[in-house]
Design a protein around this ligand. Structure first.
Ligand code: AHR
Length: 502
């Protein structure tokens, strides 16, 4: 067992916990929508065809916002196809995922689902094959009052009140060569600026997200953000960030340190945004919408879109099965997002159901929780109040991908009203338990309310429909507070949550 010293202090406040950190993502991709959230043949389906079991799991997961309808899908999407009488809606080929889109679910159905799930929608407009006018039309359909074409269409389609959607994504991953209608940074920056400007003529209070590059590994990274923000700074509030991680060639050590990469990613994007700001000499700061993040094994066969003449509806795509190590990485990525709450103002776990997802379903059958469900649900439930940076004095280990990395990573939150404090910590060691010795004397009077650990001697263990509870977080009975010092033992490859209160 190796000792690690941590310090909790309210003076280490980074900023408030933001509910939007706990967002997710529903794309028309694979079985996320069809047989995921929507499955009229399912025994729990409501009158609209929404699975109540999935709604229940979504609420249990504690999702705050849901980004919709893509993703790559949005870059070829005609939102008008998905409104009005279902039997009159056209089927279309979705070029992004080589699938047939039946348009059974569209904006109105999604908004009904979002209402039932208790989530805030985050709507994306198509800036791949479309432009300013279609974005304005969709905005009018969603948020218009009455007396104009699209607002009246929405009313005729059954939604009398405007949806009042606040957050809008101006396209998706527009630098990606795989993207339909991909663009240069300058082309996209201009289009985002013009679209944002026009949307704000309708409603100056909209919160708009410009696409950042598709990831830190892209050759566009950095320069893309600089050019796009130079063009669109005044018209947007956020720049998006996307990052996916996976264990490559058995290099578990690097994989477990993925959050160090996310830390650098956030810091690089904020530095670029602030450099543009300095150049423009304006007060306004651009924040990050980390609206796609997760573990995703992109090299697996099921990550490749189908080929051939048969364009299937809702094929099995990107249905990664997550193990214990994946859950520890997801927990650590949440630690990173929380630690950057001063600049990351929204985030979306990509995605919600079936597609690289915490929730899995069988068509017409069972639903279950993947391992990554647990850290997300716990962080969403227990991160309350302020985020506190945790000072960590831990041994490091060498990783092939990210250089030296700390064996333990952690962040804390504290509710200033009640004093309730939660420590979230991961042990990245492959073999050794850690003894966390936490100096919490700056927060007097705390005792352990409860402590849980997610770990398994076999870190490759994955949940199935038959057993999704064997690696749910278990009580950690080693946690105790004495004289303002918390000690807790955490096993190798583990995600841990210690709740402290008066
Ligand atoms: O989340 C899966 C895909 O990953 C999204 O459609 C796209 O935006 C990203 O490349």
């Amino acid at each position: 067992m190796f000792p690690v010293r941590l310090t909790l202090d309210p003076a280490f406040r980074v900023g408030p916990v933001r509910r939007r950190t706990f967002g997710s993502f529903v794309e028309h991709l694979g079985r996320c929508v069809y047989t995921g959230i929507h499955d009229p043949a399912h025994p729990t389906a409501d009158a609209d065809g929404f699975r109540k079991d999935v709604l229940e799991l979504t609420r249990e997961l504690g999702v705050s916002t849901v980004r919709y309808p893509g993703g790559n899908f949005v870059s070829g999407y005609r939102w008008e196809d998905g409104v009005g009488p279902v039997e009159q809606r056209p089927a279309r080929r979705d070029l992004a995922w080589h699938s047939l889109e039946p348009n059974t679910v569209g904006v109105d159905e999604f908004m009904r689902w979002a209402d039932l799930a208790g989530v805030e929608p985050m709507m994306a407009v198509n800036l791949g094959t479309r432009g300013v006018q279609e974005a304005l039309d969709l905005l009018e359909y969603c948020n218009g009052g009455a007396g104009t074409l699209y607002a009246d269409q929405r009313r005729a389609n059954g939604a009398a009140d405007p949806y009042d959607i606040r957050m809008w994504c101006l396209g998706n991953e527009m630098d990606g060569p795989w993207q339909i209608g991909s663009k240069t940074a300058y082309e996209y920056g201009r289009l985002a600026a013009e679209t944002g400007r026009a949307m704000r003529m309708v409603d100056p209070g909209l919160e708009l997200v410009a696409c950042g590059s598709s990831g830190v590994v892209m050759p566009t990274f950095g320069e893309w953000e600089r050019i796009v923000l130079t063009e669109a700074y005044e018209q947007v509030d956020y720049v998006s960030a996307h990052a996916y991680y996976w264990e490559e060639d058995g290099d578990l050590g690097s994989f477990l340190a993925s959050a160090t990469d996310m830390d650098h990613f956030v810091e690089a994007v904020t530095a670029t945004a602030d450099a543009v700001r300095a150049h423009k000499k304006v007060d306004k700061r651009i924040h990050i919408s980390f609206d796609e993040w997760n573990v995703w094994y992109q090299k697996r066969a099921e990550s490749k879109p189908p080929t051939g003449d048969d364009w299937p509806v809702a094929p099995v795509l990107l249905e990664d099965r997550y193990n214990v190590a994946d859950a520890v990485v997801v927990g650590n990525l949440l630690i990173s997002l929380l630690r950057h709450t001063d600049r990351v103002h929204a985030a979306s776990l990509a995605q919600l159901v079936n597609v690289i997802a915490p929730i899995m379903t069988e068509p017409g059958g069972r639903s279950w929780k993947q391992t990554i469900f647990h850290p997300f649900a716990q962080a969403s439930r227990h991160a309350v109040g302020d985020v506190l940076q945790v000072a960590i004095d831990a041994p490091t280990y060498e990783t092939a991908r990210y250089g030296d990395a700390s064996l333990v990573d952690a962040v804390a939150t504290r509710d200033p009203e009640t004093g309730a404090t939660t420590l979230f910590a991961v042990n990245r060691s492959l073999t050794e338990p850690a003894l966390l010795e936490v100096d919490a004397r700056a927060l007097p009077g705390l005792r352990v309310l409860d402590a849980t650990t997610l770990a398994n001697p076999d870190h490759t263990w994955s949940a199935t429909a038959d057993d999704d509870t064997s690696v749910a977080p278990r009580p950690n009975t080693t946690a105790e507070v004495r004289d303002g010092r918390l000690t807790v033992q955490v096993p190798p490859v583990s995600w841990n949550v210690v709740r402290l209160g008066a």
